[in-house]
Design a protein around this ligand. Sequence first.
Ligand code: ZN
Length: 121
Amino acid sequence: MSAKAGRVSVPLTMWRGVRLSCPQCGRRTLFRAYLKLNQACPACGADFSRSETADVAPYLTTLIIGLTCMPAIVALALNAGEATEWMIWPALGVAVLLALVLLPRVKGVLAALLWRARREM
Ligand SMILES: [Zn+2]
């Protein structure tokens, strides 16, 4: 199936965003740097110039990290006794690492959904 000819479903669009791939052709061309979107896909020409997500991606990433990691870190801090100081820093490190891994994926999903919405206008 030609990606240009057919519509891309919402789940496939989101999955390609998670994979940092072009929502139209599926090649890994959505970003040119860690958080910099390409203006257009070098492979198929899909236009990403109006797919910037502003601050929504960091907000959502912070929300996800806050909802998943912080309860565990607080529980760890409350129950670790004297080992709290030694256990809290690796837990915070994991939270930061998770944020760095999640941020481009969240941005990829949002940019892919914006691309899809604007394509249908
Ligand atoms: Zn493409």
